[in-house]
Design a protein around this ligand. Structure first.
Ligand code: 6PG
Length: 248
């Protein structure tokens, strides 16, 4: 894996602009080789920062976007904890991505997280089968956040799911960050992506950003530090100065 690339910005507005440009560049490269741009997005503070500039860009072929969730909370889609709802508020409701291209969890199975994860994995299989890598899907872009404890997606420090090496989608009902029941992409999926970009902003991320960027050994490190896609995949960090204050 190549070394992560760090982009720092004086403000989140600057970051949003650069992130939108970066996403559209990934989109252009994807559409040169294939019919759709396949992106996975997390929740937390990311959707707002992502949508801010992107929704105003002109000429975006939104009908070629195929959107997945890097992780999702197992709640109804209109619940305030839903990552779909958050992304809908900040991105989807502002742009014409066809609804069938947004791969949401099956809410008829909410009381059975394993079934939710299986259904979601089937949606991934249906979308990726026929493309180059069948062992694991190869997303054009995965956008992730980093928690203060170093978690990313719903992969938490010390959790048994960190060792999941076969499945594409896993579920958990003991997430330390509420709500407890979630589904998440697994490491092998993240590590087969063409690009993973971590977006981490604000003072609350100072300590974890220092730890993440100083950590020399991804294998033993924090969940976010174990995201190191195999070649030609690359990792990027988009942070503002507030989050990078302790980084030299
Ligand atoms: C979730 C997220 C999670 C998030 C981080 C960072 O659904 O909880 O996908 O992995 O990205 O916790 O969240 P913040 O950006 O809000 O700090």
């Amino acid at each position: 894996a190549t070394k992560p690339v760090l982009f720092g910005f004086p403000s989140t507005d600057n970051l949003s602009q650069a992130l939108a440009t970066f996403v559209l560049k990934a989109q252009d490269e994807a559409l040169k080789k294939q019919a759709t741009f396949r992106i996975a997005i997390s929740g937390g503070s990311l959707p707002k920062v992502l949508g801010k500039d992107l929704i105003g860009r002109e000429g975006v072929p939104w009908d070629k976007w195929e959107v997945f969730f890097a992780d999702e909370r197992v709640v109804p889609l209109d619940h305030e904890d839903s990552n779909f709802r958050l992304n809908d508020e900040h991105l989807f409701s502002h742009v014409p991505i066809p609804r069938q291209n947004i791969h949401v969890i099956d809410t008829s199975k909410l009381d059975d997280p394993e079934a939710v994860a299986d259904d979601y994995e089937k949606q991934l299989v249906a979308s990726f089968v026929g493309s180059s890598s069948i062992a694991f899907p190869r997303f054009d872009l995965v956008l992730l956040g980093i928690g203060p404890d170093g978690h990313t997606c719903s992969l938490f420090p010390g959790h048994a799911l960190l060792d999941e090496m076969d499945g594409w989608v896993a579920w958990l009902n003991d997430s330390p960050k509420p709500p407890p029941t979630r589904i998440t992409l697994t490491y092998p999926v993240l590590n087969h992506s063409l690009r993973v970009a971590f977006v981490s902003t604000g003072e609350g991320k100072q300590e974890i950003m220092k730890e993440v960027l100083d950590n020399p050994n991804p294998k033993e490190g924090l969940p976010s530090s174990r995201v190191r896609p195999i070649s030609p995949g690359r990792v990027f960090f988009f942070s503002d100065d507030a989050a990078l204050k302790l980084v030299q």
